[in-house]
Design a protein around this ligand. Structure first.
Ligand code: ATP
Ligand code: MG
Length: 557
């Protein structure tokens, strides 16, 4: 029977605990995160990092960061640095950092060994011919005419491939397994290709580069990885992964375990597609706050804790799934609610004049910094005759259940006073430009003087003290839930309104000193993060996420 403890294990933890119980892998746990440095990491990678790094922590094991740099065409140092930075920022420290290219010599020696034992050969078929010879899942393939080349000849050709005697594409080294296998990956898969290309790490040393499937499993074995976790599409590669390590009799025999990829609604999750968005300038770089990249989420104001919590909630499974983007928002709200200091900031200002408040008077009113953290204390915010409130907090003709400002209505200004709207002034276009209100001096602090109740509480700032800032509001990057899955170009599904820039937001004066990367709550309006575009005289915020908006829900009904 399952105990409470085993019930909460995910299927990979089950495997690991069984392995430990059976003494497999000398009872070690050693995982790795193997990114290809050909782009910035996204939230799908975060799931893999949290899982691999988390398992190593949980079972007192080790965790490697390994750059899968077998493809010299697409890899760059910029990506390597961003990946290191993102993994660390997420809160995971790797025990070792390696590159697949560290093993190019060993991988070459292993290839020679395969040739010597008659398990690999140099093939001269063109890619088209290889494809044709391969057959399909229901038809067996045909042997390459080079399949029975002698060991001596294979060794000679492979050496010359390495030495750069042949042009790209002239030959490949292929494993000699089974052209009739029902598993297509067993039909003599390519192990090496000729690519005369400079490599960011090994320079011009190599004219041949190992294929991913060949390099990956052997790299795992060389590093003593015990549990090699990958995504579901590699399930059919597993027999090859095992065949290579068994045939080569590597010291360690890591086990490959597949899990489902993370997919999230209203976004795409592939470096190739994200790269297109960047290169074609649909977004402003990899760290655009609308991107599902770790750097984009960070700039948006997501915390490592929120992302780790999200990955935990999503869980590990073997089923393909699509996670609602609102779960990410939920996680960051939960975290920022505990941490973010509160301020008052008006996104779309509407002038309010308190007609019975003395001109030239200013009061300093006490405002709580974070109701969730009393130890964070309070601050003083200035109050005066002219204020700004949010345009959307006033309605000319109040609807049912409208508790905010309207002609004749009384509301509380947070930490300040009760005010009543007496008059409103419109411009020639019929837009409300100014409210004229009176305040009740006896309601100081926002407390009712006589037990009378007001339902609405609004945020505000004093007009003469306010600072002006730029605020960027974000919506979903795509118009449809699964932009990946449609026919045609996914970029046609981009949401044209995914970013809205407000240039005249009014903030309480304390906010002037906030520095880039700081997260705060604008009371009632959401969580915001100071953007890196901020300069001494120009504050820029990104809205991370809104608070739950009760009126929006109400008006939808
Ligand atoms: P992409 O398709 O975005 O380029 P990838 O799998 O090619 O992704 P890699 O750099 O090869 O990118 O991935 C590094 C690790 O991250 C791999 O172990 C891979 O399984 C894992 N990974 C990538 N995308 C996801 C995802 N959406 N969900 C979970 N794990 C992922
Ligand atoms: Mg890849």
């Amino acid at each position: 029977m399952e105990t409470e403890e085993t019930k909460s294990l995910n299927f990979i933890e089950h495997i690991i605990e069984n392995d430990i119980a059976e003494g497999k892998h000398e009872k070690r746990v050693h995982t790795r995160f193997p990114p290809e440095p050909n782009g910035y990491l996204h939230i799908g990678h975060a799931k893999s990092i949290c899982l691999n790094g988390g398992l190593a922590k949980k079972y007192n094991g080790k965790f490697n960061l390994r750059f899968d740099d077998t493809n010299p065409e697409t890899e760059e140092v910029e990506y390597v640095n961003s990946i290191r930075n993102d993994v660390k920022w997420l809160g995971f420290q790797w025990n070792n950092e390696f590159n697949a290219s560290d093993y190019f010599d060993q991988l070459y020696d292993y290839a020679v060994k395969l040739i010597e034992i008659g398990k690999a050969y140099v093939c001269s078929l063109t890619p088209e011919e290889v494809h044709e010879y391969r057959g399909n899942p229901t038809t067996p393939g045909k042997d390459s005419p080079d399949r029975n080349r002698s060991v001596v000849e294979n060794l000679d050709l492979f050496t010359r491939m390495k030495n750069g005697e042949f042009c790209d594409g002239k030959y490949t080294l292929r494993a000699k397994i089974d052209m009739a296998s029902t598993n297509m990956h067993f039909r003599d898969p390519a192990l090496y290709r000729i690519r005369k290309k400079h490599h960011w790490k090994t320079g011009d040393k190599w004219n041949i580069y190992p294929m991913y499937d060949y390099a990956h499993g052997i790299s795992d074995a060389i590093e003593g990885i015990t549990h090699s976790i990958c995504t579901l599409e590699f399930e059919l590669h597993r027999p090859l992964y095992e065949w290579l390590n068994n045939t080569l009799e590597t010291t360690h025999r890591p086990q490959q375990i597949e899990m489902s990829r993370l997919n999230i609604t209203y976004t795409v999750m592939s470096k190739r597609k994200l790269m297109q968005l960047v290169n074609e300038k649909h977004v402003n770089g990899w760290d655009d706050p609308r991107m599902p990249t770790i750097s984009g989420l960070r700039r948006r104001g997501y915390t490592p804790e929120a992302i780790r919590d999200f990955c935990e909630r999503v869980g590990i499974s073997k089923r393909e799934n699509l996670i609602d983007a609102s779960l990410l928002e939920f996680s960051v709200r939960e975290d920022l609610n505990k941490k973010a200091p509160r301020f008052m900031g008006v996104l779309n200002p509407l002038k309010v004049v308190i007609t019975n408040y003395p001109e030239n008077q200013t009061e300093e009113l006490e405002a709580v910094n974070n109701p969730e953290k009393p130890e964070d204390g309070s601050r003083k915010v200035p109050f005066s005759r002219e204020l700004y409130i949010e345009q959307e907090d006033f309605m000319e003709v109040a609807e049912k259940k409208w508790f905010r400002l309207a002609p004749g209505a009384e509301v509380r200004l947070r930490y300040a006073y009760f005010i009543t709207c007496q008059e409103f002034i419109k411009n020639e276009n019929g837009k409300v430009m100014e409210l004229r209100c009176t305040y009740d001096p006896a309601s100081k602090g926002g407390n009712s003087p006589d037990g009378r109740k007001v339902k609405g509480t609004l945020h505000w700032v004093s007009a003469q003290h306010a600072i002006t800032a730029e605020v960027r509001l974000y919506d979903r990057l795509f118009k449809t839930e699964t932009p990946d899955k449609g026919e045609g170009d996914f970029k046609d599904l981009l949401n044209p309104d995914s970013m809205k820039v407000l240039t005249n937001t009014k903030l309480e004066p304390h906010m002037k000193t906030l520095t880039s990367g700081t997260s705060v709550q604008f009371e009632r309006m959401g969580y915001f993060c100071v953007d890196k575009d901020t300069t001494k005289n120009h504050l820029v915020f990104n809205r991370t996420v809104t608070l739950k908006d009760t009126w929006a829900k109400e008006s939808k009904k």
